[in-house]
Design a protein around this ligand. Structure first.
Ligand code: MCF
Ligand code: FE
Length: 418
């Protein structure tokens, strides 16, 4: 049977941010491929026997994509220190076990998943440091790119840590499905031995796995990679009793190591990135996590970068946020760039949560178009959001970010989740 869903406004989420009035999508029940996108009445005429749903005041758009989230830290409330990256990392190292060692671990992960679905998120880039959230995510309705994170700088522990990440990847591969993609993450240039990093990059190239890394997040990281001193000098002394530790990479050599990757490479945060470095990572999609960046580093990704380089958006984990609601994240971002035209910014942000999220994670969704996955949401409002400004531009993208709360319909993988 063919199903048609339509709404008063449809956000296609292509580069031009096309908006259809009274548009819709058609697909075959349980087949994860959009048949047609277009005018609702024309679709109904074409597929006469289809099952039809139309939401007059609704907005139909691709399910949102939370491109960077750590579900494992969902139990965190207020044990980590905010306002300075070094203080945050010290507090995380000191309290990590308490936060992770939670009797109710399973329900914490489930709550994080529910929070995604309730905010209209259909796909996530889940960074996992330990692997304990793997099964729950693989069996959840979410479409998940599951990044098994590698971390470790001490040469004597590398063999163990490398074997551990490979083991987690092997387990993730057993769970592979249309909605669960095994992948790898390199935690960051400051925390990862280059021998292990190099091997993992080669694995990603040969097996075509998505790769994610935290990159140039803090002034401390910049000072370490370029100046070889500052906070991380003390960090390695305290952590491993190393005198005169040296960074493993320069920012440039880290990017050069990633240059063979062509498929789904994401670099998260990048608050300190320069134009020269951006030129070196044309193969990557950036991911910004505005609230995490404000809390740990007192900064937002510069607007010029958001505007000129494809950038996805994520909530990061509760380890650096008050919740993992992507709509709240978009609202914060809307207020973070007062210099930008607010309607243009709204469109850029919605694309960061759809089109560019899909690019970052290597997914076949994030846009409403023929042959894309049947991943869509409808949000209903008590009145139409259509409103034009003096230049006759539809302000619905802005009003959507301000007012969207929870979808009335949510389909992932052609299945109704809400
Ligand atoms: O994205 C934020 C800030 N930057 C780095 N790491 C993390 C973030 N949120 C959680 N983390 C985790 C990371 O996955 O914190 C630990 C790792 O498990 C840091 S250990 C040096
Ligand atoms: Fe993170």
């Amino acid at each position: 049977m063919i199903e048609i869903f339509g709404a008063g406004l449809v956000f296609i989420c292509d580069e031009e941010f096309q908006i259809l009035s009274n548009g819709g999508i058609a697909f075959e029940s349980s087949k994860d491929s959009i048949l047609r996108v277009g005018d609702y009445k024309s679709l109904c005429a074409e597929f006469k026997n289809a099952k039809k749903t139309f939401v007059p005041n609704g907005i139909l758009l691709p399910t949102l994509i939370n491109a960077h989230i750590h579900f494992e830290f969902g139990g965190h409330l207020a044990q980590f220190c905010y306002g300075d990256f070094g203080e945050w990392l010290d507090s995380l190292m000191a309290n990590r076990d308490n936060v992770l060692k939670n009797d109710d671990f399973e329900s914490i992960i489930t709550q994080g998943i529910d929070e995604q679905i309730k905010a209209g998120v259909g796909s996530v880039g889940a960074i996992s440091s330990y692997g304990d959230d793997m099964e729950i995510l693989a069996h959840s309705p979410l479409r998940c790119v599951y990044f098994n994170e590698a971390i470790g700088s001490n040469p004597s522990a590398i063999d163990f840590l490398y074997a551990n990440v490979l083991e987690r990847l092997k387990n993730a591969k057993k769970l592979k499905s249309p909605t669960f993609t095994p992948a790898l993450a390199l935690h960051s240039p400051y925390s990862l031995h280059p021998i292990m990093a190099q091997k993992l990059v080669e694995l990603c190239v040969s097996e075509n796995l998505p790769l994610s890394a935290h990159f140039l997040e803090s002034p401390q990281e910049r000072q370490w990679l370029d100046g070889q001193d500052g906070y991380f000098q003390g960090f390695f002394k305290r952590l491993a009793n190393i005198d005169n530790a040296k960074p493993f990479y320069t920012s440039q050599s880290f990017l050069e190591m990633l240059s063979p990757l062509s498929n789904a490479l994401c670099l998260t945060h990048c608050l300190q990135i320069t134009q020269k470095e951006l030129d070196l990572c044309q193969n990557a999609t950036l991911i910004t996590c505005p609230r995490s960046n404000r809390l740990l580093n007192n900064a937002f990704l510069p607007f010029e970068i958001l505007q000129n380089h494809p950038t996805a958006i994520g909530t990061d984990g509760k380890s650096s946020n008050n919740n993992v609601n992507l709509l709240d994240e978009l609202r914060t971002a809307l207020y973070a760039y007062p210099q930008a035209d607010i309607l243009e910014l709204s469109k850029i942000l919605l694309l960061s949560a759809t089109l560019y999220g899909a690019k970052a994670l290597g997914l076949n969704n994030g846009i409403l178009a023929q042959n894309k996955n049947v991943d869509f949401a409808i949000f209903d409002f008590k009145e139409p959001l259509y409103h034009t400004n003096q230049t006759h531009q539809n302000q619905a993208p802005l009003h959507f970010i301000l007012n969207a709360n929870s979808p009335t319909h949510l389909y992932i993988n052609a299945k109704a989740v809400i």
